[in-house]
Write a protein that binds this ligand. Structure first.
Ligand code: PLP
Length: 361
């Protein structure tokens, strides 16, 4: 079989060494004679896994002492609802930046629980997608929080500035960029992420929340989504997604071994540069995103002639380059190049793109 490079946006590829370790210990985990999926989440062995994963994530992201780290069910979208339930009252306003599909989805869900107000939207600059900073006067200091998505997985739009929100806590959906580069956690009220892009199997989500924001949930909040309930039970209010948590722990160990998020940032920059250079140096391929707002995790690109899309995808797949079809909202192609994607995979894609252009363009 040709080596496969998987560019899926999510669930996305995991580090092969992590999968090999999981396979090796699948049937007989820690000499228990059982798999990690078959042991009590409250037993010492699993608790050690759970604690170690938290410790390693705290180390990787330099999470300050006054933050809780929660491992929850429900992926990224669970927190579209859990955030308003935990951080606001029904009469409150929540502020939102809308830079693409996911941050837009968060507004729709928040409107069930509070009064969302959009204070910044994706615009165009030089005919390309561009995200502007909201102006300070737009930030109502009585708002419960300001929600944004620094990396839009579908649209490939990203920005690394932080909205200046004064006292209003920042809430970031980092599902597709968590652990891809260093960030200053102390600037945020809440960071959440579905696991299936940069952390592990789908279903799990990670929440990092400043402790003064815990314990204020609306009365009707289901306990399973109540951050206080999760914080006080060590994320074991009910049975957590144990296998996903275990696998996330293996990914954290792998990240530490790679040199942590600093090393990842360098690696991710190099991959993204390689791909964007190939797009920019050709008139056959195009990016619709302004260079100042381009994601280093998700790279959508279009063929000048969309009637060649299917041929491109078929031939790429035959070459071992899979899951390159763009999101149905955007069309064209999308290469997701999360932490686990090696530079070699991106180089192979670029070679294929250049070869395809020569043959067909
Ligand atoms: C994938 C993704 C989500 C949704 O994750 P689910 O686990 O499917 O709920 C939310 N936000 C962003 C930015 C994502 O990339």
């Amino acid at each position: 079989m040709t080596q496969v490079f998987n560019f899926s946006a999510g669930p996305a590829m995991l580090p092969p060494s992590v999968l090999r370790q999981a396979r090796e210990e699948l049937l007989n985990w820690q000499e228990s004679g059982s798999s990690v999926m078959e042991v009590s989440h409250r037993g010492d062995a699993f608790r050690a896994v759970a604690t170690q994963a938290e410790t390693d994530l705290r180390k990787l992201m330099q999470v300050p002492e006054n933050y809780h780290v929660l491992f929850t069910h429900g992926g990224g979208r669970a927190h579209f609802a859990a955030v308003p339930l935990n951080l606001s009252n029904p009469t409150d306003t929540s502020l939102h930046l809308v830079s693409g599909s996911w941050s837009k989805g968060a507004v729709a869900e928040a409107s069930k629980f509070n009064h969302p107000k959009v204070v910044g939207e994706l615009t165009q600059k030089d005919g390309l997608d561009f995200m502007v900073k909201p102006v300070e006067e737009q930030i109502d200091q009585r708002a419960a929080y300001l929600h944004f998505c620094p990396n839009e997985t579908v649209d490939g739009v990203a920005y690394d500035w932080l909205p200046e929100s004064g006292k209003v806590p920042l809430v970031a959906d980092m599902s597709s960029c968590i652990l891809s580069k260093p960030i200053d956690v102390s600037k945020y009220g809440v960071i959440y992420a579905g696991a299936q892009k940069n952390i592990g199997p789908s279903g799990l989500s990670v929440v990092i929340i400043r402790d003064d924001l815990v314990g204020r949930a609306q009365r009707n909040t289901p306990s399973i989504f109540d951050y206080n309930e999760l914080a006080t039970t060590g994320s074991m209010y009910n049975t957590p997604p144990t296998f996903s948590w275990y696998l996330a722990g293996l990914v954290f160990k792998w990240l530490l071994k790679q040199g942590g998020v600093d090393a990842m940032a360098e690696h991710n920059q190099a991959k993204a540069k390689c791909l964007y250079d190939a797009i920019d140096n050709s008139s056959f391929y195009q990016s619709r995103v302004h260079p100042a707002c381009r994601s280093i995790m998700n790279v959508p690109f279009q063929l000048a002639d969309p009637s060649l899309d299917d041929l491109f995808l078929t031939q790429a797949a035959a070459d071992g380059l899979v899951a390159l079809k763009g999101h149905r909202f955007v069309g064209g192609m999308r290469a997701s190049i999360y932490n686990a994607m090696p530079l070699e995979g991106v180089q192979r894609l670029v070679e294929f793109m250049q070869d395809f252009e020569r043959r067909v363009g």
